[in-house]
Design a protein around this ligand. Structure first.
Ligand code: GAP
Length: 547
């Protein structure tokens, strides 16, 4: 039931986003372009406000972080150095009957989830013990993990009961099969053994959800980068890529920024910009897109201080999310057990979307991998001279800095914000059925800060309302509306998250007061026009989020 409600709520958010001009399917009149979306008049405002919140929190609030705006096109060697040309692949498999293409690892993950669903029959204590055991296994060496597989696959094998008391559960044989598959899949992915991935799909009887058959092709690697032609390049190749992450634009400019900005380590470089990935499985609205925006920051630190800064940024970034007033239980960290070859620590900040906990932001301790790679591929030194003194009283000297990265998807943050704010309220009384749809956005993020309504279209009220708008519009995004009854106008603004509505009536002409209506409480009060700016300014100030 909860699932159905969640699905319904998600569908309602999507149609609301379209109805009120937040998000449209790209090229909709041509039936759309899959996994590409346009932001409408209010979506663009909300998106800009989220960007501003991030930029202020990262750049303006930190004396040692600066922002850049690097180009989408980069020298092709950048993507060789970063590992994207050789390693930014998804293993894909086609079902020959439905002709549908799937990510092999996602098919297997669904199967693992199906087997793990038996955990619902475990007591909470046994489930926790299992999860501890699972982490223990996944943390072992490849050989150590592989050694467990036969026992997990054997229906009869029971673990030492004293050490693993949860194994008595009837569901254990499914759960341990899930663990066997998880381990086997991880090992196959790590060694890029595509034949093994196909074998797992066949052995574990994974079927295509559309054709319901297991008539599969072989698994093939599919690079996620888009490429295009760029005129003549020095090396004869004219193929360039649309960047799949903004981070590399920061790495290649590390020394430019450090030298021109006289930056001292530790310091950060932030950037907001488009990224492109040819996602094969693109779904869940703007959750996984082919063209999207990232807000990334690379923080350059002294080697050996990376763990400390990783913890700092992990905490600081979650604090940024929670400052918006989100229920803290909707957020959690997901520490990576399996690390990318260049990382020595990584965690995701996950949010509970209607379709489950999913990653919104990654915090990665990327070591000196990227700068070292660029040093090697470009032949240019990527070192920093640190003249601070170490414990022995000597300068730290030259080194390639270590990097902590924070990387958040702007579109995912947008979706999270819409889902969080969307509320359908039943306002019925004994006498009357009533309801309203509300976007309970933080006032600093709201597309319009204030709506200004003349009570009627005559008697000089529109002129007075416009006069007020002409003073407020320099500081706040305002909307003027004179059509429809006041109640209807209030509802329209509730639906787009406008925190304040101001109504100009006949009394306003006499004593320069107006009524101000508060979106969340729907309370109205009479105040002096002269006080409007201060009241709206206080509620919508970035200080409410950043201080
Ligand atoms: N520089 C590191 C990096 O790009 P990532 O985990 O691949 O790491 C970071 O991406 C964030 O970008 C994710 O947490 C997610 O919010 C967002 N993101 C990644 N792929 C996306 C896609 N196809 N559509 C929308 N957002 C995406």
């Amino acid at each position: 039931m909860a699932q159905k409600n969640n699905d319904e709520q998600f569908k309602n958010v999507i149609s609301h986003a379209k109805e009120y001009g937040f998000v449209f399917q790209s090229s909709e009149i041509y039936d759309g372009l899959s996994a590409v979306y346009d932001y409408g008049q209010l979506g663009a405002e909300l998106k800009n406000n989220i960007k501003t919140y991030w930029w202020k929190a990262m750049v303006q609030m930190h004396e040692n972080i600066v922002g850049i705006d690097s180009a989408i096109f980069m020298h092709p060697k950048v993507w060789k150095a970063s590992g994207h040309v050789d390693g930014f692949n998804d293993p894909m498999i086609d079902n020959k009957d439905s002709k549908k293409r799937y990510r092999a690892d996602q098919l297997l993950e669904n199967k693992i989830d199906e087997l793990y669903s038996e955990l619902a029959n475990f007591s909470a204590a046994n489930k926790a013990k299992f999860e501890e055991f699972q982490q223990e296994i996944l943390g072992l060496s490849d050989e150590g993990q592989a050694a467990w597989i036969p026992g997990f696959k054997d229906e009869e094998t029971i673990l030492d009961h004293a050490k693993y008391p949860f194994v008595e559960e009837a569901s254990w044989r499914f759960v341990k099969k899930g663990l066997a598959l998880e381990v086997e899949m991880n090992l196959a992915l790590k060694s890029e053994n595509l034949a093994q991935l196909k074998d797992l799909i066949v052995d574990y009887k994974v079927i295509c959800p559309i054709s319901k058959t297991s008539n599969w092709t072989d698994v093939r690697q599919f690079n996620l980068m888009f490429s295009t032609q760029f005129g003549a390049m020095a090396e004869g190749s004219d193929e360039v890529y649309l960047r799949p992450e903004t981070a590399q634009g920061i790495f290649v400019n590390f020394l430019n920024v450090q030298k021109s900005g006289r930056m001292k380590i530790p310091f950060g470089i932030a950037q907001i910009g488009k990224a492109f990935r040819n996602e094969v499985i693109a779904r869940q609205f703007i959750m996984r897109m082919r063209e999207f925006e990232q807000m990334e920051m690379q923080f350059f630190v002294r080697p050996g201080e990376d763990k400390k800064w990783f913890e700092y940024w992990k905490e600081a970034r979650l604090k940024w999310h929670k400052a918006l007033g989100t229920n803290p239980e909707k957020y959690r960290y997901h520490d990576h057990v399996k690390l990318a070859h260049y990382a020595n620590a990584a965690t995701d900040i996950e949010f509970e979307f209607p379709f489950g906990f999913k990653e919104v932001e990654g915090i990665h301790s990327r070591t000196d991998f990227d700068l070292t790679q660029h040093q090697e591929y470009s032949g240019k030194k990527m070192q920093y001279f640190d003249n601070d003194l170490n414990d022995e009283g000597k300068p730290y000297g030259n080194y390639v800095p270590y990097v902590i990265e924070t990387s958040i998807g702007l579109d995912r943050m947008f979706l999270l914000t819409m889902i969080n704010a969307f509320e359908e309220q039943d306002l019925s009384t004994e006498d009357k059925q009533d309801s309203r749809t509300l976007l309970r956005l933080h006032p600093a993020l709201a597309p319009y800060k204030v709506a200004i309504f003349p009570l009627t279209k005559k008697d000089g009220l529109p002129e007075k309302a416009r006069e007020i708008m002409d003073t407020l519009k320099f500081d706040f995004n305002c909307i003027y509306e004179e059509k429809d009854a006041i109640g209807k106008r209030y509802r329209r603004q509730d639906a787009v998250g406008t925190p304040f509505c101001i109504t100009v009536d006949h009394q306003s002409l006499e004593d320069n007061t107006v009524t101000i209506r508060h979106r969340d409480s729907m309370e109205q009060e009479r105040i002096a026009i002269a006080d409007l700016s201060e009241i709206i300014g206080k509620a919508t100030s970035w200080k409410t989020l950043l201080a």
